[in-house]
Design a protein around this ligand. Structure first.
Ligand code: SF4
Length: 445
């Protein structure tokens, strides 16, 4: 939890020696609280002050990483209950289960179907993050073999799910270069599981039926040397699970309750595909850091990944596309040239309407810091100079033979100044993008 200037002042020597460059210790403490100074600037700070400040700087929910160096996934590190308070730091990790009862072609088909869960949405590639190997067989050897098959057939991060320390040890041996997440330590196997996690530097899930038991178990697992912990509440209805996850999040963030200061993991395997989709989406929204799915139905997984994308977008950063010239179809030097802004929603709406016209065209995307046409114009991020600069920067004078620029109807008012600044003829396009197909077919001849 963040310390106030006064809290920090109490930890300082209070000698006002000025070696930190500040006139007093209090002034230095205030700078530290606002993150405008570093404790290292005070050569007189005690070991105790250093330890307390280091602990206070840690996020209230620990950051957990697993997977290979090239394909690492992260959960935790959250600092707020609601996105509008700041932002969420790590998206929900989406995993899909692979039973170790599958073998041969069935196992290969399952892994292939998970590998194929990749989509593109508003210009961003989205996909699941991990495969969870489930020890349904009860055999350590079969479990290790399935884990090895997953590792060999996919780049995804790996989650090893078994209550048997022997099975987990065998599977970790096959996958430890991928730093798997071990699921799970419980009250009966905690010592052995924590030892495997500690010796192989793997994160581990602590699993219990209640929040109280979970807090006791995380303390135990931590005391055994496994510090990277994920929480799992078992055996509850969806409603009670959501309630527990909200309680855990609130206790860790608002009460700084360290025993619950870890990300959470949930399995979604009950009900039909629609029920699983609804459950997973609820868990993504209410605070599951990792969700393990049973379904590989692309439509369902896309709905979940879309939810992740929307819930975890940074409210301070509009979703943007790269400002550049985009050819639509196969335009030549006589093709129409339109411009719009780099707000993703605006660009993809214009792009799909230009595509629908079947008139090969160029769309010049002007950098307006991810704002829409009217917002950018009223904020002076879209003006004759930004458009003229973009025309030169992206070499449009060499790309098209004509000198005609179609502008959004909403900014018709900038026509005159734009013609003066660019020397191009301005054609005012429709106000609504949906009118573009007709406009291009009828006006551009
Ligand atoms: Fe106080 Fe440390 Fe600054 Fe000296 S160097 S004034 S002790 S904060």
């Amino acid at each position: 939890m963040a310390l106030t200037g006064l809290d920090i002042f109490k930890l300082l020597p209070k000698t006002n020696c000025k070696k930190c460059g500040m006139p007093t210790c209090l002034a230095f403490a205030m700078q530290l609280a606002q993150k405008r100074a570093k404790l290292d600037d005070c050569p007189e700070a005690s070991e105790e002050a250093r330890n307390v400040l280091a602990a206070a700087a840690e996020p209230p929910i620990r950051l957990i990483k697993f997977g290979s160096a090239d394909n690492q996934v992260q959960a935790g590190q959250e600092t707020v209950l609601f996105r509008h308070e700041e932002k969420f730091h790590n998206t929900t990790v989406m995993a899909v289960s692979v039973s170790d009862k599958l073998s041969g072609e069935e196992l290969k088909d399952r892994i292939d179907s998970i590998n194929a869960l990749k989509f593109e949405r508003v210009g961003t590639k989205i996909q699941v993050d991990a495969m969870a190997v489930i020890n349904d067989s009860g055999s350590a050897e079969t479990f290790a073999s399935a884990a090895a098959a997953v590792k060999d057939s996919s780049d995804f991060a790996i989650i090893l799910v078994s209550d048997s320390p022997e099975a987990v040890a065998a599977a970790v041996e096959k996958t430890k270069d991928r730093t798997p997440l071990i699921v799970a330590a419980n009250k009966d196997n905690a010592e052995k599981m924590a030892q495997i996690a500690r010796d192989n530097k793997c994160p581990i899930t602590a699993k219990a039926d209640s929040i109280e038991d979970l807090a006791d178990l995380t303390e135990k697992v931590k005391s055994l040397g496994a510090e990277d912990i994920v929480l799992q509440i078992d055996g509850l209805s969806l409603r009670d699970r959501l309630y527990s996850l909200s309680q855990i999040r609130t206790l860790s963030l608002k009460k700084a309750f360290k025993a619950l200061g870890y990300p959470t993991l949930s399995f979604v395997d009950a009900g039909d595909t629609d029920e699983q989709t609804a459950s997973a989406i609820a868990l993504i929204c209410k605070f599951s850091g990792i969700v393990v799915l049973d379904t590989t139905e692309p439509a369902s997984v896309l709905a979940m990944l879309t939810t992740v994308m929307n819930v975890f977008s940074d409210p301070q950063k509009p979703v943007q596309v790269e400002p550049k010239l985009y050819p639509i179809g196969e335009p030549d030097e006589n093709a129409p040239l339109l411009f719009t802004t780099n707000f993703s929603l605006t660009y993809y709406t214009v792009e799909s309407d230009v595509e629908a016209s079947r008139v090969p065209s160029y769309i010049l995307v002007v950098d307006t810091e991810g704002t829409s046409v009217l917002t950018a114009y009223s904020g002076d991020k879209l003006n004759e100079k930004t458009v003229a600069d973009a025309i030169i920067k992206h070499g449009l004078e060499d790309t098209v033979k004509h000198r005609k620029l179609i502008i959004p109807g909403y900014v018709a008012v900038m026509s005159g100044k734009l013609e003066e600044a660019t020397g191009w003829d301005v054609m005012v396009g429709p106000r609504e993008s949906s009118m573009l197909p007709r406009y291009l077919q009828e006006v551009w001849k």
